[in-house]
Design a protein around this ligand. Structure first.
Ligand code: ADP
Length: 379
């Protein structure tokens, strides 16, 4: 039985807004996405009112989840400062245990000299959250993120993967997962277990075309919920596949999630290195240690004869890393089997564990692990 927007609106008409009128009448709802039992929408209010709406967000989400046929409901509260408003925008607050209520997120950095990093909160049970980032899309960031996660798994670590690439979640394709996360007794989403990883993706919750139209504050709110309203359990490392680029959303994410490090993926082309440099500068600005640069599609390896061709003038990322004083983590060839295994939902480290590509990703995993050793041991 599929759930319709009308059913959702009907249910929401029984949720009162702080303005004393029913939620659908309050002129704060975004378009409602309801397909396949998955419901997503946001409540958009002025920043000055955000606190008063926190409870309404939670009530709306609970009410929608209770509709028969709804498997996933996600309601984001987004706050925007009206032009000319004197109130500064709120910054995301640390998570409140158990309540599942997320304050509004804003994509603007806080003003007035406040230290943005002071708003960070650890995720209980997770020793290290690390970001996999790239300056632009299409460089193989997600492919590297999942294979790095598997490389870390092969180091004997307990690893989770969060696909926070809200603009184009690719983890459903890379893993072949099409299940929807179930809720536990505390109404937290249970990540999907596959390949020995705990996996969560925004793509499990919303359709790709819905994800495309999200604005900065909604993105932040959704990512915060995926981090904190998910029953991750005990993990040594949570690998976050970040959205590409260095916009406000990425900066705010870095300011609100206590990242223990960032891995930057680049291709050898100069342009991509320029983008990668921007990414590096962004992480440095928010004091996130850069664990290193990976050069993806570093050289072409013929699937038939194994001959290597440096068609992109390989080596740029290694030199750049040296120049910038960050570790160089490794070179991954452009190879048919990396592409075909990625696109078949059987990542190469898992499906060809004895092959040369798995060895490369494992070596990168080992270098990352080495740098996180202190954090993991302390946890
Ligand atoms: P991004 O996350 O940066 O947008 P993806 O990981 O989705 O990039 O990769 C884009 C495309 O390139 C996918 O089809 C993927 O299978 C392919 N790809 C990524 N890395 C490699 C590689 N080393 N060799 C061959 N194909 C690759």
């Amino acid at each position: 039985m599929s759930v319709t927007r009308e059913q959702v609106l009907d249910t929401l008409s029984r949720v009162m807004s702080p303005r004393g009128i029913a939620l659908p009448e309050a002129n704060v709802l975004s378009a409602i996405s309801a397909s396949d039992g998955k419901v997503f929408f946001s409540i958009n209010v002025d920043a000055a009112e955000a606190r008063a709406w926190e409870n309404v967000r939670a009530q709306a989400e609970a009410a929608v989840r209770a509709i028969p046929g709804v498997t996933t409901a996600m309601v984001a509260l987004t706050a925007e400062r009206k032009p000319g408003s004197a109130t500064p925008p709120p910054v995301p607050q640390p998570h409140r245990h158990g309540g599942g209520v997320q304050p509004a997120a804003s994509h603007r950095p806080p003003q007035g000299g406040e230290n943005p990093m002071s708003k960070q909160a650890e995720i209980p049970g997770i020793a290290a959250v690390i970001a996999v980032a790239s300056g632009k899309g299409g460089v193989g960031k997600s492919t590297t993120a999942i294979n790095l996660a598997l490389g870390l798994r092969d180091q004997g670590l307990r690893v989770g993967l969060l696909d926070a690439d809200i603009y184009g979640p690719s983890v459903p394709r890379l893993t072949g997962i099409h299940d929807k996360p179930q809720l536990n007794a505390e109404r937290k989403m249970i990540p999907i277990s596959r390949f020995g990883l705990s996996i969560m993706s925004i793509g499990f919750l919303v359709e790709e075309d819905t994800a495309m139209i999200w604005r900065g504050p909604m993105v932040m709110s959704a990512i915060t919920q995926m981090l904190r309203d998910v029953a991750w359990g005990s993990l040594d490392v949570l690998v976050v596949d970040m959205p590409p680029g260095t916009g406000d959303a990425q900066l705010t994410l870095a300011q609100n999630v206590p990242l223990k490090g960032a891995v930057i993926i680049s291709t050898p082309q100069d342009l991509s290195l320029i983008d990668a440099r921007r990414g590096l500068a962004m992480f440095r600005k928010v004091n996130v240690p850069v664990l290193g640069i990976v050069e993806n599609m570093s050289y072409f390896q013929c699937p038939h004869c194994g001959t290597r061709s440096d068609i992109f003038g390989h080596g740029g990322a290694r030199h750049e890393a040296e120049k910038l004083g960050v570790p160089f983590l490794g070179e991954i060839p452009l190879h048919m089997s990396i592409r075909s295994t990625s696109d078949a939902g059987t990542p190469v480290v898992d499906s060809e564990p004895d092959g040369p590509h798995a060895a490369i990703y494992r070596a990168i995993g080992a270098k990352v692990r080495e740098q996180l050793q202190g954090v993991i041991a302390a946890a």
